[in-house]
Design a protein around this ligand. Structure first.
Ligand SMILES: Nc1nc2c(c(=O)[nH]1)N[C@H]1C(S)=C(S)[C@@H](COP(=O)(O)O)O[C@H]1N2
Ligand SMILES: [Mo]
Length: 455
């Protein structure tokens, strides 16, 4: 199976509730309206965010008399004790925040994808339990005591000492920890055909970001006596039944960026993410981040495996296929407000979103609320890291009229995220992969936000 999305994507019946997308603005509707009115009366129509924020009083969304703070049961009674042992879970009030699979997109759950709820996340790190999943042949909870990593060469000149590591042996070696995004090459793939999916979870949610811990592959190759002058390519192979194999150019390994990783956000990788070992290839599309990593081979030519010769290729306008596309180009998306959310009333909103580039750091993000006619530069929140998600925010006072919200990121190479018109001029519209176009959300007068495409 490849990542081919269905021509049509069907939303589940109870979509709005199930996706939890109304949550942000729809709760405590009346109280919230009062709150917003009071808090931002002073802000007027000016988009002066600083003033708007300063005017916010500490009265909660429930409103009421600002001089009286009720004492609920939890302020008077005895709370719950610590568990004797256990793994913490999110509040039951957050149960709508889930990764979701798109009904009808794929025919089996084993060769499928689940999307991360970007609209409900803050900052840049994806909680491990909400990391998107993409499996070609199902996931496994592999016994780490039995797992092995083999290093070999395509012949003995490429690598002098073939080696097999246990997990214990790997974990004795010097490790590094780095924050990086992973994006499936098929992310936003549905949008090529102008089929707008309803939320940013489905349009952009094959994207996650974690702190990964592991051993630079370069260190392992040096231990095994690889000839980096001769062996200009590496083949990575997974232990699941999907025969996931990808060629990685040796330049990436030499930079010390490619990791043989076992850690994710401070703990071992989740099984869905390739426990106990996966390759981390910063900036490169997800398919090269081979999970259940069991073998690395050094060779002097690209391997032309199925997942690079016939899948994960780009159909260009001249009818030819582009192979070995790997870098995820600069891209961004506004996650709030975004498709499926509802703005309650005119007034202040924080426009928030994510930007990333497979070529380095995000340098700047511009945001438009009029479909690209005018732009304002958003605040980039720290940290701004290379090949990592960057959070941006911008103050906005909504006047209640239809608005077309967009973000456009620029990375440190100077590359600017394209519009659909610009992207299609080069790529045509028969692609599946590598869609990094500017995304547009239409805020309707009713406050409902819709996914639209501007031609
Ligand atoms: N062994 C193995 N590795 C794999 C895959 C797989 O199916 N098997 N899927 C690839 C694809 S296409 C993507 S996008 C990422 C998804 O990683 P995630 O499931 O941790 O989000 O893993 C890649 N590595
Ligand atoms: Mo993927």
């Amino acid at each position: 199976m490849d990542d081919t999305p269905g021509r049509l994507i069907r939303a589940p019946e109870n979509f709005l509730d199930a996706a939890g997308v109304r949550r942000v603005f729809d709760e405590g509707k009346q109280g919230r309206r009062d709150f917003i009115r009071r808090a931002f009366a002073a802000a007027g129509a000016a988009a002066a965010g600083g003033a708007a924020r300063a005017a916010a009083n500490p009265v909660g969304p429930e409103g009421g008399d600002p001089n009286i703070l009720e004492l609920p049961e939890h302020s008077r009674g005895l709370g719950q004790g610590v568990a004797a042992e256990g793994y913490g879970k999110p509040s039951r009030y957050e149960s709508n925040v889930q990764r979701r699979h798109s009904p009808g997109l794929t025919q089996t759950r084993q060769a499928s994808v689940s999307f991360a709820p970007l609209q409900s996340l803050f900052g840049i790190v994806t909680p491990s339990g909400l990391h998107f999943e993409r499996h070609h042949q199902g996931w496994w909870d592999v016994d780490p005591s039995k797992h092995r990593l083999m290093l070999n060469g395509s012949d003995e000149r490429m690598l002098r000492r073939p080696m097999v590591f246990t997990m214990d042996e790997l974990m004795r070696l010097p490790s590094v920890s780095r924050f990086h995004f992973i994006e499936c090459g098929a992310n936003t793939g549905m949008e090529w055909g102008n089929v707008a999916v309803p939320t940013c979870q489905y349009s952009h949610g094959m994207l996650s970001c974690s702190e990964f811990t592991g051993v630079p592959l370069k260190v392992l190759l040096e231990l095994a006596g690889a000839d980096l002058k001769r062996g200009r390519y590496v083949l990575a192979e997974g232990a699941d039944g999907s025969s996931m194999t990808r060629t990685i150019p040796m330049e990436m390994v030499e930079r010390g960026e490619v990791l043989v990783a076992y850690g994710q956000n401070g703990e071992m990788l989740r099984p869905e993410q390739g426990y106990p070992l996966r390759l981390v290839v910063p900036g490169v599309q997800g398919v090269s981040w081979v999970k259940y990593l069991r073998r690395i081979e050094v060779g002097d030519q690209p391997y032309a495996t199925k997942d690079e010769a016939v899948h994960y290729i780009d159909l260009m306008p001249d009818g030819r296929h582009r192979q070995y596309t790997s870098i995820q180009e600069c891209k961004s998306v506004v996650t709030t407000p975004s498709g499926g959310q509802v703005l309650l009333d005119n007034g202040y909103y924080n426009i928030s979103g994510l930007a990333w580039s497979g070529r380095g750091k995000v340098k700047r993000v511009d945001v438009s609320v009029d479909g690209g006619r005018s732009w304002r530069t958003a605040r980039l929140e720290t940290p701004v890291l290379s090949k990592c998600l960057t959070r941006f925010n911008l103050d906005w006072v909504w006047d209640g009229k239809p608005a077309l919200i967009q973000s456009r990121a620029t990375d440190e190479t100077g590359y600017v995220q394209p519009t659909y018109r610009e992207l299609r001029a080069v790529r045509g519209s028969r692609s599946i992969y590598h869609n990094n176009s500017v995304q547009t959300w239409l805020v309707q007068e009713s406050g409902e936000v819709k996914n639209v495409q501007l031609s």
